[in-house]
Design a protein around this ligand. Structure first.
Ligand code: URA
Length: 475
């Protein structure tokens, strides 16, 4: 019997080196015991193999194994070695979903991927009180050992924050330059309630999705074990009371899985700007196409295209400029700082965002790197014109009574010509399809105004414009 001791539960490099050496020596899977014992690391690890016995492992197996090793089940290491062993004689094993070993490995990989997804969705940072510099911490208990592998997502998303994610398996900390990994933490180390949570709750209330009230869906999407880490859970009873009215509006906007036909048509339009085939006939088609659009070059540096979202027959459509850093990562419009300012102003104007349709003139994030940051760049006229194709399609399908242009780029996209905000703000413009247009400030412009008095004045005008838009649209 051979005993292999790995350095940690997710020591993939250690598993890989040991598995290679064992295979080269011809050690059968049933003759190997896999364990994880820090202090005893390497005691019985086989000597590294030279060349792995002329047998090359498919890249898909390596990818699968990197995921499976994060699963909590005790038999994952042995399972992976058994598959590796069998692959030499059964090279097509990797593509056989009916094989029990492969089926189990794929199930484990799926569970790991789900756990990583949940971590991305449900980690909530809290401001650490009393720290010398502004620093945030989050406590999270992932279903599988996904912390290290998922840390990169948080680095990309919160590059300019100091943060630590504490989990029972490992802690990862980012100081804006380096990612550090240390031993798992005790739940008592998690910080308590603070002002940051109040902000988060307000934000959550403004984006609350009544569909989450479906208890079955709630259990699937947000298992109870995550609830205690979610400060906004305290808001749920109050939100339930007001949810019914909002639910009807949301049903129309709930995204569905596009059919193959819809996807094919959307991809064709997205890939080839000269394709003359039929125009999109549903918002699903636009969503599928705009997210992978190649009609101009902006897709090259962006994470994804960000289509509009909201009620499919909304009487009021808001058009912004382009997704920002947060929207590019989240795949949804107006969810970052400008989106929070927009939500706040909408609430003050008495307009419910879920009853409107919110989109952008340009669907990809145009930016340039500066150090670790991605600095917004204004899209040029050619990019606005290329993307007008999607905006027109959204406009045709949603058929809003009122279109609000947030800033100059939005005005260029909607009006098709430069339309300065200063002279046009406050006027009701007639648009070619008989809808009414309003131009107003872009929320980012308000955020950037350095003078507090000027900011307060412009913000009040912005709220007034949104209120007028709501009134004209009958909301
Ligand atoms: N700014 C925009 O114009 N749109 C967004 O979606 C976010 C920021």
């Amino acid at each position: 019997m051979r005993v292999v001791r790995l350095a940690s539960e997710i020591d993939f490099a250690g598993w890989r080196a040991a598995a290679r050496a064992l295979r080269a020596e011809g050690v059968e899977p049933q003759a190997v015991v896999w364990t994880v014992e820090r202090e005893l690391f390497d005691v019985d690890a086989p000597a590294p193999s030279r060349g792995g016995g002329g047998f090359t492992v498919p890249a898909t197996f390596v990818e699968l194994a990197e995921q499976v090793i994060q699963h909590r089940s005790a038999d994952r290491l042995a399972l992976l070695y058994r598959i590796l062993w069998r692959l030499e004689r059964e090279p097509r094993l990797i593509d056989n979903p009916a094989d029990p070993d492969m089926a189990r490995a794929r199930d484990m990989a799926k569970a790991v991927s789900r756990a990583s997804h949940k971590m991305k969705a449900f980690v909530r940072f809290r401001l650490v009180e009393g720290a010398a510099a502004e620093t945030y911490a989050a406590w999270f208990e992932p279903a599988h050992r996904v912390t290290e592998a998922t840390a990169g997502f948080f680095v990309r998303r919160f590059t300019n924050m100091d943060w630590t994610i504490l989990t029972p398996d490992a802690c990862v900390a980012w100081d804006r330059e380096q990612l550090m990994v240390s031993e798992g933490a005790d739940p008592a180390d998690a910080p308590s309630e603070d002002a940051q949570e109040v902000l988060w709750r307000t934000y959550y209330a403004s984006i609350f999705n009544p569909a989450r009230l479906n208890p079955k869906q709630m259990r699937q999407e947000m298992p109870k074990r995550y609830w205690r880490n979610l400060p906004e859970a305290a808001l749920i009873p109050e939100l339930i009371e007001t949810a019914q009215e909002r639910a009807a509006a949301m049903v129309a906007a709930t995204p569905r899985q596009p059919s193959d036909r819809v996807l094919k048509a959307a991809l064709r339009h997205a890939r080839d700007a000269s394709y003359e085939g039929g125009v999109p006939t549903s918002l699903e088609e636009i969503e599928a196409g705009a997210s992978v659009c190649r009609r101009c070059d902006l897709w090259r540096d962006a994470t994804q295209g960000v289509p509009g979202e909201g009620a499919s027959q909304a009487p009021l459509m808001f058009v912004g400029e382009q997704p920002g850093d947060h929207e590019d990562l989240a795949g949804r419009p107006f969810v970052g700082p400008a989106g929070q300012m927009f939500d706040k102003a909408l609430a003050e104007a008495g307009v419910v965002r879920d009853r409107t349709y919110v989109t952008n003139a340009v669907k990809h994030f145009k930016h340039e790197p500066r150090g670790k940051r991605r600095i917004h760049k204004t899209p040029d006229r050619g990019e606005v014109t290329a993307c007008r194709w999607w905006l027109d399609a959204e406009w045709r399908l949603v058929k809003p009574r009122v279109v609000v242009m947030l800033g100059a780029t939005a005005a260029l996209g909607v009006m098709g010509k430069p339309t300065p905000i200063g002279v046009n703000r406050g006027k009701v413009l007639q648009l070619p399809d008989q809808s009414q247009g309003l131009v107003t400030y872009h929320p980012s412009f308000l955020l950037r105004l350095p003078d507090e008095d000027a900011k307060a004045r412009a913000y009040a005008q912005f709220v007034q414009d949104l209120r007028l838009a709501g009134k004209l649209a009958g909301l």
